[in-house]
Design a protein around this ligand. Structure first.
Ligand code: PLP
Length: 357
């Protein structure tokens, strides 16, 4: 099937096959990766390789720590302010939809939140232009959600925040294209979209920003403690780290993030170009802010939603139902979705329109 789930999401077939081949006996060790001590030489090698590949793919500068943690991106909504306030009382947040709203609500438990810009007025169908942002020069950081998984709104530019570190929840567009890591103070992302199975939260943080966590911060969520322990202050989610390493290797074999971006642009264009040609379906997002990863679309006649989903399922296209908060459809077309999946979806959309339009 072609699986359009927003996450946990489809993974490259070659990676799953490799994992299956190595499932019972990793590299002649006689053990499954799941059965290895995280302190044994086998797993330490797997962990080091995953970090090395990620650094290479993203061009992570040497003064940034790469952490493999638990707690998810929702956990980071609390963990970020706990670690990043650094003696300041407040932080700036940009509100672009459901996931930013969650970040804002959680951060309010720990600090003064200044919502420096919001696209609420246009029902979260755009990214507010940087000229309209009302940033506080004393803020501890500026937080954005670089891709709103539910609304399908993505930043195609990097905000400029001067000396105030930029913090990004990149859960749903992480490693989907090259970025300049040095423009960010901190990047975090859950793994279950572009990286692998659920279970790891990747944090990439500039090293001068850590070491001043609030005293209430749980040790397992103190970036400095985790950095000093190679993310092994507690037992890490070993199997997901292993799978992430396989996916990083797959991306490298595709030609790295430049090649992945080209493929993602091509896939998204197939779908958005079709949406431009029809009024039977529509996507409400401002053209320049449309996500390359998550494409929400609606049928003008919502009474046909169920029939559309049923027909899709019958044709091997699954998990197209939109998020419960917005309804309609959503096609998540992460790195591992082949172009054939998007082409099949558009063919089905045309067929459905012809028979129901
Ligand atoms: N942030 C974004 C942008 C997401 O898409 C998600 C969805 O999974 C989350 C945060 C929450 O991640 P988790 O459920 O892994 O905590």
């Amino acid at each position: 099937v072609f699986n359009f789930s927003a996450g946990p999401a489809t993974l490259p077939e070659t990676v799953l096959r490799q994992a299956a081949d190595e499932m019972l006996d990793w590299h002649g060790s006689g053990m499954s990766v799941m059965e290895m001590s995280h302190r044994g030489k086998e797993f330490i090698a797997i962990h080091a390789e995953a970090e090395k590949l990620l650094r290479e793919l993203m061009g992570v500068p040497a003064n940034y720590k790469v952490l493999f943690l638990q707690g998810g991106a929702i956990g980071e909504n609390a963990i970020v302010p706990m670690n990043m306030l650094r003696g300041r009382s407040g932080a700036d947040y940009i509100d672009t939809g459901e996931w930013s709203k969650k970040s804002i609500k959680e951060a309010k438990k720990y600090c003064k939140v200044n919502v420096a810009a919001s696209s609420e007025a246009d029902n979260y169908t755009s990214v507010p232009k940087q000229e309209t942002w009302k940033l506080d020069k004393d803020a501890a950081y500026v937080h954005i959600c670089s891709n709103e998984t539910i609304g399908g709104v993505e930043y195609h530019w990097t905000p400029v925040t001067g000396d105030v570190p930029l913090v990004a929840d990149m859960s749903s567009n992480f490693i989907s294209r090259p970025i300049d890591v040095s423009r960010y103070g901190l990047i975090y992302a859950g793994t279950q979209k572009n990286v692998g199975p659920a279970g790891v939260t990747i944090v990439i943080v500039r090293d001068d920003l850590i070491g001043q966590a609030l005293p209430i911060t749980p040790s397992a969520f103190d970036y400095k403690i985790q950095a000093d322990n190679d993310s092994m202050f507690n037992t890490p989610p070993t199997y997901t780290i292993y799978m992430a390493g396989l996916v990083f290797n797959w991306i490298k074999a595709q030609g790295g993030l430049t090649a992945i971006e080209a493929s993602n642009r091509k896939k998204a264009a197939v779908l958005y170009d079709h949406l431009e040609t029809t009024s039977f379906f529509y996507n409400p997002v401002a053209r320049e802010d449309r996500s390359l990863m998550n494409v929400p679309f609606k049928l003008r006649d919502e009474s046909l939603d169920e029939a559309f989903l049923k027909g899709a399922q019958a044709r091997g296209m699954v998990q197209l139902k939109g998020h419960r908060s917005v309804g309609g459809m959503r096609a998540s077309i992460y790195n591992a979705m082949p172009i054939e999946g998007v082409v099949a979806l558009v063919a089905y959309m045309k067929e459905f329109e012809a028979s129901h339009g």
